[in-house]
Design a protein around this ligand. Structure first.
Ligand SMILES: NC(=O)c1ccc[n+]([C@@H]2O[C@H](COP(=O)([O-])OP(=O)(O)OC[C@H]3O[C@@H](n4cnc5c(N)ncnc54)[C@H](OP(=O)(O)O)[C@@H]3O)[C@@H](O)[C@H]2O)c1
Length: 369
């Protein structure tokens, strides 16, 4: 007889778009993705409005009467039937929400961008360690099967070492026609391209440069950034940034994001002397990728090209959710796959780019500096 799966009991903070996707995926039968060792239940949903929490449970959890609907987030943190809290509020609330969850003894899965700045994240990680609680940024792309396949090819040596990685995530948010209070435009909510879309070009730089075994976990030796602000509210409408890895690798990442136009195709290109890896958009959940092999290093003469496609049951957020359950089951406070150092690298890069681009969040938004 096989062992019973480990069941993780989730409390959900906020009832917006991403919380809906998170819950739909978490409640799917794990067998549909061939997972049999862990499963998820939702035991509490917190919203600023209890009716919104009730409607959320009706719509996304089949009205399950076993799930508590709360009109405050605090009641979720205090609920003894919650093991782990999922945080789906706008970025600028993540620090306060995650801190409160940890102070109540709950493990945390926190949406990207993890916090408003690196100082807030360092404080959260310190608290999680002191309390021996699990904390992870919800960088779901890192856990998708097709992405693991690309990593295997990138690290098998057939292309050589990475030299230049280009990655872009853009989306047309119709900024002229949405309210200025929308979280993508409102500086009080950390609006703009960098904090919302920037984590995705960054995850590709982390996966293919920072995580490359030859990099030996060296951080970039230089970070440069340039910001184009929208006159609408002063948040960044397009941001370009580069990371140079010169300590161990000899490689650069050229990254960009924008809230006013669609992504290019390919949206990630990883260039090696032996060939290229081209990843098709959207880069948060790529549907396919192409590997081009050159006849000899540096020639640019493509002699073989292979394209692979992937399909994912549901939305694809559940792979990260399974990782959280396994880590908590095994008594870990950090995922080895999307570890704390990577989330910190993202926030340090965003801080540096915002500083160079002159994008300051309004007074009082950053709780620590
Ligand atoms: N991983 C991904 O694929 C992905 C995709 C999209 C977004 N995200 C991240 O998820 C977070 C939320 O994004 P979203 O698209 O879900 O946003 P959203 O639809 O606007 O939902 C945000 C929710 O946060 C709560 N909230 C608390 N204080 C708020 C305030 N002052 N203003 C607005 N909402 C407030 C609200 O829930 P209640 O009313 O119930 O309290 C609201 O519904 C962001 O950090 C974003 O970067 C991740």
């Amino acid at each position: 007889m096989s062992a019973q799966p480990f069941t993780l009991r989730w409390g959900v903070i906020a009832t917006g778009w991403i919380s809906q996707q998170f819950v739909k995926d978490a409640l799917m039968d794990p067998a549909t993705r061939d997972v049999h060792d862990v499963k998820h239940v939702v035991t509490a949903v917190g919203s600023r409005n209890v009716d919104s929490a009730k409607k959320f449970i009706e719509t996304y959890a089949k009205g399950d009467s076993g799930i508590k609907a709360y009109g405050t987030y605090d009641e979720v943190y205090a609920d003894a039937n919650v093991d782990a809290v999922y945080i789906g509020t706008p970025h600028t609330f993540h620090y306060e929400n995650a801190r409160n969850a940890l102070l109540h003894g709950k493990h945390v899965l926190c949406e990207k961008a993890t916090t408003s700045n690196a100082a807030e994240l360092r404080d959260l990680l310190k608290l999680a360690k002191e309390k021996n609680l699990f904390f992870m940024e919800a960088l779901w792309t890192r856990f998708q099967p097709l992405v693991q396949e690309i990593k295997r090819i990138a690290e098998d040596g057939s292309l050589g070492l990475p030299v230049v990685l280009h990655a872009d995530l853009s989306g047309d948010f119709d900024v002229e026609n949405i309210p200025k209070t929308h979280r993508i435009l409102d500086p009080k909510l950390g609006g703009g391209a960098l904090l919302d879309l920037g984590p995705y070009p960054m995850v590709w730089a982390v996966m293919f440069l920072y995580e490359h075994p030859a990099n030996k976990k060296a951080r970039p030796t230089s970070i440069t950034g340039s910001i184009l602000k929208t006159p609408l509210t002063g948040v960044d409408s397009s941001t370009s940034f580069t990371l140079t890895f010169s300590e161990t690798l000899q490689a650069q990442a050229v990254l960009s994001c924008s809230i006013t136009l669609p992504s290019p195709d390919p949206a990630v290109t990883i260039r090696y002397r032996g060939g290229n890896i081209l990843v098709h958009p959207p880069i948060y959940k790529p549907p396919s990728f192409t590997v081009q092999y050159f006849d000899k290093p540096g020639s640019g003469n493509v002699v073989r090209e292979e394209t692979r496609k992937g399909t994912i049951p549901g939305g694809g957020w559940h792979y990260q959710t399974d990782e959280v359950a396994r880590c908590i089951r095994d008594g870990k406070i950090e995922s080895e796959v999307w570890s704390h150092d990577k989330s910190l690298l993202l926030m340090d890069v965003f801080d540096a780019v915002r500083k160079q681009g002159g994008y300051e969040l309004p007074e009082g938004v950053e709780k620590l500096r």
